[in-house]
Ligand binder design. Structure first.
Ligand code: AP5
Ligand code: MG
Length: 188
């Protein structure tokens, strides 16, 4: 049995910040669908061209696109004890498809760990990152607002989804990076 952890949270919560060290500590493969999509855009692939406008506007890309990337990682990545999914699933349909994908492999989601911060802090952190990383979807207030709205409308219902099966765990995302890391690893 492999481990399948979901690192959950609103935009800017600190998923990417925490994921590297967690993956290393537990020998997991970190998969960020956002990072994979940005790499496709940077490489100028057909998939990247399709995703570019949607991401820049703060909308989700089609489920089939991200699910294809996840399925391919599950098939090809070897030599790890499991996966740390960052930014996936992002709506109920993706969560159901993930359950089906894992069931077909005789596996299941190990746990969903949520890093929680307020909408105000989302804006502060993204504003701070905008100057450093130059991400297209950090650049305008309108896009950040749409990402926050998309999170509440489509992604937040996953909290109930994972609570229902007893797999939801929440870590307070406010504090130093080390403090948040400690909270997450205590849950794991
Ligand atoms: P994605 O890349 O997943 O973006 P996101 O979910 O909006 O999350 P972020 O990467 O913005 O934030 P994070 O939680 O990783 O925070 P970070 O660690 O950087 O997705 C981008 C887009 O791709 C989506 O909008 C969508 O279009 C598409 N997409 C991706 N997955 C998809 C899916 N499954 N389905 C459909 N579409 C999908 O931290 C943020 C900042 O805060 C950094 O500057 C960091 O240094 C700082 N920080 C972190 N922790 C702390 C701390 N404890 N104290 C102070 N500062 C901190
Ligand atoms: Mg990220």
């Amino acid at each position: 049995m492999s481990k399948y952890y979901i690192l959950f949270g609103p935009p800017g919560a600190g998923k990417g910040t925490q994921a590297g060290a967690i993956a290393k500590q537990y020998n997991l493969k970190h998969i960020s669908t956002g990072e994979l999509l940005r790499a496709e855009i940077a490489a100028g692939t057909e998939l990247g061209r399709q995703a570019k406008e949607l991401i820049a506007a703060g909308n989700l890309v089609p489920d089939s696109v991200v699910e294809g990337m996840i399925a391919s990682a599950f098939e090809t990545v070897k030599g790890v004890d499991g996966f740390l999914l960052d930014g996936f699933p992002r709506n109920i349909s993706q969560a159901e498809d993930l359950d089906r994908m894992l069931e077909a492999r005789g596996e299941s989601v190990t746990g969903c760990i949520s890093i929680m911060i307020s909408d105000r802090m989302i804006r502060e952190r993204i504003q701070h990152r905008a100057a450093i990383e130059g991400r297209a979807d950090d650049a305008s207030d309108a896009t950040v607002t749409n990402r926050i709205n998309t999170y509440h409308a489509q992604t937040e219902p996953l909290i109930q989804y994972y609570k229902q099966c007893g797999k939801y765990h929440e870590a307070d995302g406010v504090g130093t990076i080390e403090e948040v890391y400690k909270r997450i690893t205590e849950i794991m």
